[in-house]
Design a protein around this ligand. Structure first.
Ligand code: DOR
Ligand code: ZN
Length: 403
């Protein structure tokens, strides 16, 4: 049994916790606050095929350092996860890497929707957390850009009672906007080319498909006020629509291009400051359900390339919880909201069985970010000073000291 003595709850009470464990151990948690461990519903840990950017040994270390004990991994790997066999192969590789790391990270996988492999979906329904649809191209070449396939995915998912997670950016609009663009090709152009309308067009389309088929819809990385408006209406109408935002859309805006260059390039792109404020309001209003790190590492060399060559995505899992705890200290968000965003809503939406994983955080601890354990070796948050850090992550009864 693992005993945690004198932990503080988010409502300020002092408690002892008893967690099933193979070891007999007591942790003095005076001054530490206990939260459910983070569930990160959106990571790209790059296995198979892109392990030079990240793998599950380094990804799992980054996760537990961020107080996270469960991740849902995306299918845009090499090859993509779009058949039952590829899914099995991916799981075997992940298990091997986690075993080597000695970290029993909990994980689930998204299945990639691909035109040529839609017939594979029913066979994996109990083996995946949902179907991932890229409505616009991002890293890799998974994309569903025709209405017929999109309707098919939503209708199969509804029939099989599977959730559809959408990367909602409209591929045709992206192509048109790129073709007719005559401005300077710099990093700022990214937010212009893949503008808010590109996202809202796809979100509106996905919501209409849910209205038609009744499919459970999870909208990934919501980044703008206009998407929030559509989602608010969908929720009011009683549709099974859920929304995720990311740490980078909450804590960065387009001014980050001037500081970070290509490291600030993500899909969907960073928006202006006004949209960040709306995202915080949408958290208070419970329109946004979850936060996903969209941990999408690329090497420094790749991210240093000029716009057009530089891949989209940034790592984030290690610092997502500290960023939120810092926002709590700045009175931008409550601890109840932090718990709701980082675990409680994900548990409801994805039907995650109860477990005892927790994270003990020191809300006063102040650290300047100077290093990362992610294999890519960089973080967009480098140099940032945050107040509120995880100290122990407890996973399957195992206590990992992460200081
Ligand atoms: O910025 C992004 N990076 N957005 C995505 O949709 C994919 C991700 C990646 O895998 O690199
Ligand atoms: Zn992603």
């Amino acid at each position: 049994m693992l005993t945690i003595k004198n932990a503080t709850t988010i409502h300020g009470e002092t408690r002892d916790l008893h967690i099933h464990s193979s070891e007999d151990k007591t942790i003095q948690a005076d001054g530490l606050t206990v939260l459910p461990a983070v569930i990160d519903p959106h990571v790209h840990f790059r296995t198979p095929g892109l392990e030079y950017k990240e793998d599950w040994r380094t990804g799992a270390r980054a996760a537990v350092r961020g107080g996270c004990t469960m991740v849902f991994d995306m299918p845009n790997t090499k090859p993509p996860t779009f058949t039952a066999d590829l899914l099995d192969e991916k799981k075997a590789l992940i298990d091997q890497q986690l075993n080597e790391a000695g970290i029993p990270l909990r994980y689930q996988l998204f299945f990639g929707a691909d035109k040529q492999h839609l017939n594979e979906i029913p066979g994996v329904k109990d083996a995946v957390v949902g179907i991932k649809v890229f409505m616009g191209c991002s890293t890799g070449n998974l994309v569903i850009d025709d209405d017929e396939s999109l309707h098919a995915v939503f209708s199969i998912a509804a029939r099989e009672n599977m959730l559809v997670a959408v990367h909602a950016e409209d591929e045709h609009m992206i192509r048109e906007r790129k073709a007719s663009y005559h401005g300077e090709m710099n990093y700022h152009a990214h937010s212009h080319l893949r503008n808010v309308e590109v996202a809202t067009t796809a979100v509106a389309k996905a919501v209409e498909l849910t209205r038609r088929y009744g499919t459970r819809l999870y909208i990934l990385h919501v980044s703008s006020a206009e998407e929030i408006d559509i989602i608010r209406t969908a929720k009011k109408d009683g549709l099974p629509v859920f929304a995720e935002t990311t740490p980078h859309h909450l804590f960065f805006d387009t001014s980050a291009y001037d500081v970070l260059g290509g490291k600030a390039v993500v899909n969907p792109p960073l928006r202006d400051k006004k949209n960040r404020e709306v995202l915080f309001s949408a958290i208070h209003e419970k329109i946004i359900d979850t936060i996903g790190s969209d941990h999408a590492p690329h090497t420094v060399e790749e991210k240093s390339k000029a716009y057009g060559e530089c891949p989209s995505g940034m790592p984030g899992i290690e610092f997502m919880l500290p960023l939120l705890l810092n926002a709590y200290n700045e009175k931008k968000i409550s601890l109840d909201e932090v718990v709701s965003l980082t675990s409680a809503r994900a548990r409801d939406i994805f039907h995650i069985p109860e477990h005892e994983d927790v994270v003990l955080v020191d809300l006063e601890k102040t650290i300047t970010i100077t290093r990362t354990v992610s294999k890519c070796g960089w973080s967009p948050y480098m140099g940032l000073t945050l107040r509120g850090w995880p100290v122990y992550t407890i996973i399957r009864g195992q206590c990992l000291n992460i200081t």
